[in-house]
Ligand binder design. Sequence first.
Ligand code: ADP
Ligand code: MG
Length: 697
Amino acid sequence: MADFFQTKIEFLKGIGPQKAQLINKELSIFTYADLIQHFPFRYEDRSRFYNINELNENSPAVQIKGKINHYHMAGSQGAKRLVASFSDHSGEVELVWFKGIKWVEKKLIPGVEYVVFGKPTVFGSKLNMAHPEIDRAELSTTNGAALVPVYSTTENLKRNFFDSKGIGKVVHHLLTIGLPNIQENMPAFLIEKFRLVNKAFALFHIHFPKNEEFLRQARRRLKFEELFYIQLKLLSQKQVSKTKFKGHIFNTIPSVNNFYKTHLPFELTDAQKRVIKEIYADLVSGTQMNRLLQGDVGSGKTIVSFIVMLMAYDNQAQSCLMAPTEILAEQHYQNLKKHSDKLGITIDLLTGSTKQSIRKKMMERLASGELHIVVGTHALLEDKVQFKNLGICVIDEQHRFGVAQRAKLWDKNKDHPPHILVMTATPIPRTLAMTLYGDLDISVIDELPKGRKPIKTMHKFDAHRLAVFGFIRQQIEEGRQVYIVYPLIEESEKLDYKDLMDGYESIARAFPEYQISIVHGKMKSKDKEFEMQRFKKGETKIMVSTTVIEVGVDVPNASVMVIENAEKFGLSQLHQLRGRVGRGADQSYCILMTGYKLGKEAKARIGTMVRTNNGFEIAEEDLKLRGPGDMGGTQQSGILDLKVSDLAKDQAILLAARETAMEILEKDPTFSLPQHEVIKKHIEKARKDAVIWAMIS
Ligand code: ADP
Ligand code: MG
């Protein structure tokens, strides 16, 4: 039997092929299953009718029932409004329309009973509602639900009668005809253990909740299910790669010892030593490593990655290090080259701008094994890049790479997949890490190198710019360097670009005695690199830039980070930017510039930055303020596709779901016990749907 919920939505009553096409495009809803998972994002309370005399301007949007007494046009030409007096047995309210007046006017018949829904306000001393919904009482349907679902939709769909109400209608119809086809996909013993409602009940009541309690139950059930299956998938992937994929064994490490004794430029922190041990244990275990290395900005991940690559070198294996941008790749290359030259290890750089002739030779040297380490960007993923024996891949700043890209790297060694070390400076709260990287083991560098002074962070208003410039001058006179960063938001790139150029000019005017660098995304990477190098060498004292310097750039002598329009940045971005300073032994400063007018959330973000330097604390705060949707760009990479769960709020459910998934996998990894049959069926079906889906799109 074909799966009912895989039916295309065009076959649903009230949709049809044309509308379906539009819905496919605008909302990415293709099948019945997609439609049913288009959950409301909020609900309107229609559980009761309010009495008009109960209303005041603090009331939420409410539902009232009563009659039109009379109506009239008010206002002058061009600013006309339709005003209707509406009353029930308890009082009177004015209903006001500024738009669509003709259409509304036709509907209004004095003396007939109406149901009106809207947000009361007080104007002058009169109670009124602007643009309420109004329906004849006998026609008013709320699909039998007390809480009416509100769905996200688009302007275009609204014009085509697929507004929130329209969506509600088709979903209600779908639920009615589809009810017998809804299959329970959680095992009975879990439903009982966690007192979950069944699937059909949950689906119905998340769309059309009878009351608050039913809604809560529906949500809890669907969240648990969602998080449970994600965890099951991630954890079983981990299990599979642990048991199935043999790893290179790197058990002799003479160069590592040599490096430690003679070339290490500083003493490693205890945290660095610990994570190196954790990694080494993986590398001699015989199974493939998939490990996430988390460490706040400046915690010293690069040297750790180099030592890990040395372990590969000592065992006749090659390594690659992949960075998200050319600037970063170049910088890693320069840093690692300093070390590798001393040890006689060959290293090269491969990016999108590497010339064809050079590239060709590099490919040969990689294939013959002559080249030991290659540093690069996405260019490394190309099929042409083939190694003699790739042993380790290091991926820096993971959040820009997705799971699929990791898998591509796996294929670069046909005998057995290379060990993978993913490094990220984005501190990820525990719950989020579990969900995003549940298939990876995690190591954390939770300590900064000794002698670092905590960065002092200040908030200054634009009006105090002169004082800030004075401070900058003083720092430069003491031999330091300064970053000044402007936000660049793609939508209004032109405008922001102008901001940047204006800023650059005013800074050049204020500091005629110093050379100033400027770097932004529109420059050729060669020119960017040239400016970066000038700054690095200390030839320029101030670096004016957009967020291209956000990740990884390392200039220890820079001690001041000025962030313009700081209110436009997210917390994690601010923290990343701040991490560019505080790398040397000098006291460093971060100055957040804003105007006087600040929104509530912007104030909260800036307050957090001033209060703490702790990346994890900031990440938790960020999760609370923003929700996990855009944490560290996870959304673009498509890893996080949660329909009901909210990682900021649902930590308890996540933990329970993860623990349950672990217990089941331990006891019955193939789901062959009778009580796990439902799980097996669900996973098989999900896999099959995904395959069909891949064929269609
Ligand atoms: P991140 O973790 O942000 O990538 P880096 O690896 O760029 O940090 O290191 C930041 C700076 O700290 C570099 O200049 C590096 O040489 C230095 N560093 C790393 N480890 C130590 C250490 N144990 N002691 C002193 N300095 C260190
Ligand atoms: Mg780094």
